[in-house]
Design a protein around this ligand. Structure first.
Ligand SMILES: *Cc1c(COP(=O)(O)O)cnc(C)c1O
Length: 224
């Protein structure tokens, strides 16, 4: 696809986000994070040229490599993958704009310790396993509010901004919707939280209708 055709294609995606958000409220703003985990630096540059600024990676090494190689572009990098404890220092080195996948109190404590040593802080979302799927990371929904409060209380170098969730792995809209509603209900109850990150290429319109204000789009942003 040449850049002109790509622009037209992306306008279609943005229009879908627009329609979903306006069905909720004109005042509901949704941010698109382009998930570049399967894309190379040339593809990221193309998307940047069209106006995209926020990108997400799910491997710390890829985040480091791509953000370093594209240092000349004013990009905003999100980390959205499972973080192994032995990669904490690398994540701090990468200095993401937002770490979306903080998925346990234990990890938060380990991260806090390293942030303290390095005298820095990190903005994070608590990942909630709202569909309660064994294959997914995240805290159980009934524990989420409590764990969120505990992180806030015990981890001063972690700046919690809200929650992240992956929709239920199902063909049934009702089941996916329920998982988004579970996450949104938690989000609403968190004092000071302003980011509810949910929705991927296959379910972002439903996620927005359920209150998501950040969608993480991979395949639809990088077609082919
Ligand atoms: C890969 C990934 C996405 C994007 O997936 P698509 O279906 O390609 O949009 C979003 N969130 C997370 C956590 C991912 O790992």
């Amino acid at each position: 696809m040449n850049i002109e055709a790509y622009k037209i294609y992306l306008d279609g995606i943005i229009q879908r986000v627009e329609t979903a958000r306006i069905s909720l409220s004109e005042h509901h703003i949704v941010k698109i994070v382009a998930v570049s985990k399967y894309s190379n630096e040339a593809a990221i540059k193309d998307l940047y040229q069209i106006g995209q600024r926020a990108f997400g990676e799910n491997k710390v090494q890829d985040l480091l490599t791509k953000s370093k190689n594209l240092i000349d572009l004013p990009l905003e990098w999100h980390f959205i993958g499972t973080l192994q404890k032995n990669k904490i220092n690398q994540l701090i080195e990468a200095d993401p704009f937002l770490f979306q996948s903080l998925d346990s109190l234990e990890l938060a404590k380990a991260l806090q310790q390293r942030l303290e040593v390095k005298a820095t802080s990190m903005e994070c979302l608590l990942q909630v396993n709202s569909a309660k799927e064994e294959t997914k990371s995240g805290v159980m929904p009934e524990m989420a509010k409590d764990i969120y409060a505990q992180i806030k209380e015990t981890c001063p170098n972690i700046v919690l901004r809200g929650v992240m969730s992956i929709g239920a792995h199902s063909q049934e809209q009702k089941i996916i919707q329920k998982s988004f509603e579970t996450t949104y209900d938690i989000f609403k109850e968190l004092e000071g939280a302003d980011i509810c990150s949910m929705g991927m290429s296959g379910d972002f319109e439903l996620a927005i209708k359920c209150g998501s204000n950040m969608v993480r789009l991979g395949s639809v942003m990088f077609p082919e």
